[in-house]
Design a protein. Sequence first.
Length: 261
Amino acid sequence: MSYENVLLDEIEAGIWVLTVNRPHALNALNSATIADIGAALQAVAANAAARVLIVTGAGEKAFVAGADIKEMSAFSGVQGQDFSRRTMAVFRSLETLSIPTIAMVNGYALGGGNELAMSCDWIIAGDNAVFGQPEVGLGVTPGFGGTQRLTRLVGRARALELILTARNVKAAEALTLGLANHVYPAAELREQVLKQARMIASRGPLAVKLGKEAVQRGQDLDLDNACQFEAQVFGLCFSTADQKEGMAAFIGKRPAAFRGE
Ligand code: CAA
């Protein structure tokens, strides 16, 4: 299937790349693009052979420069709330995708762009990346989950500082804040992200999914219930062929050939 504002490609077996593709507008997110991202995510979710999703932006300059200011400029309050809710649902479907997701941030990740990146499992940035929540400079608040996800990621005081000053953060600072997991020279970014994606794709697919679910669900539970959930997930792994294969391969001193079963 093809989309107007998004590219969706399987670049290697099980490794998918979703590219926001409006480079003339620095990949700004208008309603049509949000709908495309939602549809592309549904396609990835329905593909049992998908192992990892990389999210990025087209062109040299931007990951995503935010929600589309030109579209939003004439919004009523109701339209603003509707745009926010539609996008929140799409970003939540990204966050809860069963396979790992990596934001490959190749330039500006501002406003809705930073919010898209933070909806991935982690962020890997090029040294040309610029992050920020510039919304208060436009007379609005973040509206695609930024007040919540940034706070969870970097802590309340740092999130408040970034949101209320609207100052931009370069890649090196994003790394120290814990917003980005890694920063690489821009020319090496794609290969470094691919290296990590291949690593994930080589692991036990069911264990990878269950590991993600345990971390995500556990965050919303108290420690006792979260550990209880982990014990259930761990037990479930022993009913899979992947566990038999993974442990037999270790004992037999050979690489594992997982089937995701
Ligand atoms: N929405 C719509 N169009 C945008 C855009 C955006 N968020 N960001 C960039 N563009 C467009 C520009 O209007 C311009 O189009 P034209 O050539 O038709 O004028 C084109 O992309 C190139 O942009 P610039 O000429 O501005 O490029 P630059 O290199 O001089 O500056 C930039 C780059 C600093 C990223 C600057 O474009 C910028 O500040 N963009 C807006 C960033 C922003 O405020 N994002 C937050 C949006 S609000 C939001 O996201 C709310 C939310 O949480 C839901």
